[in-house]
Ligand binder design. Structure first.
Ligand code: MN
Length: 153
């Protein structure tokens, strides 16, 4: 199952050229880590990655993830990444997929309170992302979600 989920990730990358992980390490079950990587590629964006089912489920967020309630951000789901990607920082060489600079913007743990095909409710325990958030799949484009912070009660 893990090999399936990482097939697209590996197909896009030449691991003899990029220092990004191939994703061969054994996985630990039941983890709930998250990371947000600021990725200065052709376009600056933030990659939100949630540990789920032995991989990092990933979304590209074109504007920085919201840290206050009331701000909605588009989050485009991309291919799953290997768990080891959560610690990756550095340069992806020119000519390679995602060429540019990756640095960790935030990281920590999260608790999912609801996960369906269309909706993820979660509580982040990071430095910047903290408290209750919702992700909702939109109807207007495939793989597009909205990410926003809920008011804390
Ligand atoms: Mn990216």
């Amino acid at each position: 199952m893990l090999a399936m989920t990482l097939r697209e990730y590996r197909a896009k990358r030449d691991f003899t050229r990029t220092a990004e992980p191939r994703g061969d390490a054994a996985t630990t079950a039941g983890g709930t880590a998250f990371v947000v990587q600021e990725h200065q590629a052709r376009r600056l964006h933030w990659d939100l990655r949630l540990e789920m089912a032995g991989a990092l489920r990933s979304w590209a967020v074109p504007k920085s993830p919201p840290v206050t309630a009331g701000v909605k951000r588009l989050a485009v789901q991309v291919e799953d990444h290997p768990l080891e990607y959560a610690t990756f920082e550095g340069r992806i060489p020119d000519g390679e997929y995602g060429a540019g600079t990756v640095k960790i913007w935030d990281r920590g743990t999260y608790e999912a309170t609801k996960v369906t095909e269309e909706k993820i409710m979660l509580v982040f325990h990071g430095e910047k992302l903290r408290g209750p958030y919702v992700m909702i799949k939109t109807k207007f484009a495939e793989d597009s979600w909205l990410l926003f912070k809920m008011k804390e009660t």
